[in-house]
Design a protein around this ligand. Structure first.
Ligand code: PEP
Ligand code: MN
Length: 336
């Protein structure tokens, strides 16, 4: 049960509602976000919602049978839109495209990538400055200095930044230089990180865990939401299966399932999802047809020289072609 409280609720009204919730043998968890205050009722007893629905101080009340609550579409039927400002939105009648290198490598690469994005009408740039690498000897990113150089060029060009945050201590120094914090697949269930991201006023994109279920991804989002941050995006990036022919198995099933279960925007990452450059395009197009609100993919001027993930990275010609096809696919789908 989700009880949305009126913004001008009196303390004694709130107390009376909590008492009522307890009388149904439900726990009442209070959640305050940037947008409102909610009581999340957790329990299993059946009761008549009318016994509580007209109490003073209640804005709205919903029975949500899912065990995640605030991210459930049973509560919020209308899909959520993320507004990054300057006309950049995710999840409303447009296809969100996020493109850029796996790793931020230097100023020259930043500048040429931004030019490529601008030439192709892309307003969000991806790139890692903190890189989770399987080997400790691999390139681990330029860190905060790289982010600052990137931000200088991106903000001058009107490009939004999405980049991975790996640990709680990085949030504060990164805050002024990012538009979307990415939670990587290795951190989907880093609950301390999710709690901390619940406290920031910045959009968060959570990737599905390497071996994570769809419900586990939704619970991770519930952590951030219930921590206070409603600005959330989910990302299907492929899961580990027994299949060895591709890096991961991009779970296209997850896209319509997530779109049904949650009101949050759903982005697909075909680069990590399949891990093979020549197959990124068909998987991006398939993700759009499956209902994705956007695509995040890797591109680099010279992919074989990329510091990381070159094998799945498109060059700028391939990236430009992909953009054209993705927009055509999205328009075709919208015309049905
Ligand atoms: C990335 O986006 O470069 C990345 C490391 O992604 P993931 O967490 O999905 O592996
Ligand atoms: Mn990568």
């Amino acid at each position: 049960m989700i009880i949305q409280l009126k913004s001008n609720i009196e303390p004694d009204q709130k107390e009376a509602i909590i008492k009522k919730v307890h009388s149904f043998k439900y726990e009442a968890n209070e959640v305050s976000t940037q947008k409102g205050t909610y009581l999340i009722g957790i329990g299993t007893n059946e009761f008549d919602i009318r016994q509580i629905g007209n109490m003073p101080g209640i804005e709205d009340i919903h029975i949500v049978s899912d065990s995640y609550k605030l991210v459930s579409r049973k509560w919020k039927v209308k899909p959520t839109t993320i507004d990054l400002g300057d006309g950049v939105t995710i999840g409303r009648d447009s296809l969100a495209i996020m493109a850029g290198p796996c790793s931020i490598e230097g100023e020259e690469q930043i500048v040429e990538t931004i030019q490529h994005l601008k030439d192709n009408g892309i307003t969000m740039m991806r790139g890692g400055v903190y890189k989770p690498r399987s080997s400790p000897y691999a390139f681990r990113g330029m860190g905060i200095d790289g982010l600052k150089i990137w931000h200088k060029h991106a903000s001058a060009a009107g490009i939004k930044i999405i980049t991975e945050v790996m640990q709680v201590s990085q949030i504060e120094p990164m805050l002024d230089f990012v538009d979307i914090f990415q939670v990587g697949a290795r951190n989907t269930q880093n609950f301390n990180l999710l709690d901390a991201l619940g406290k920031v006023d910045k959009t968060v994109m959570i990737k599905r865990g390497i071996s994570g279920t769809i419900d586990e991804l939704l619970y991770s989002a519930e952590y951030v939401f219930s921590g206070g941050n409603e600005k959330l995006i989910l990302c299907e990036r492929g899961i580990r299966t027994y299949e060895k022919a591709s890096r991961n198995t991009l779970d296209l099933n997850a896209i319509p399932i997530l779109k049904e279960k949650t009101h949050l925007p759903v982005i697909a990452d075909p680069s990590h999802g399949i891990g093979i450059r020549r197959h990124v395009e068909p998987m991006a197009l398939a993700s759009i047809m499956a209902g994705a609100d956007g695509i995040i993919y890797e591109t680099h001027s010279i992919p074989y020289k990329a510091f990381s993930d070159g094998q799945q990275t498109l060059d700028f010609r391939e990236s430009a072609q992909l953009c054209k096809k993705m927009r055509a696919a999205y328009n075709l789908l919208s015309s049905f």
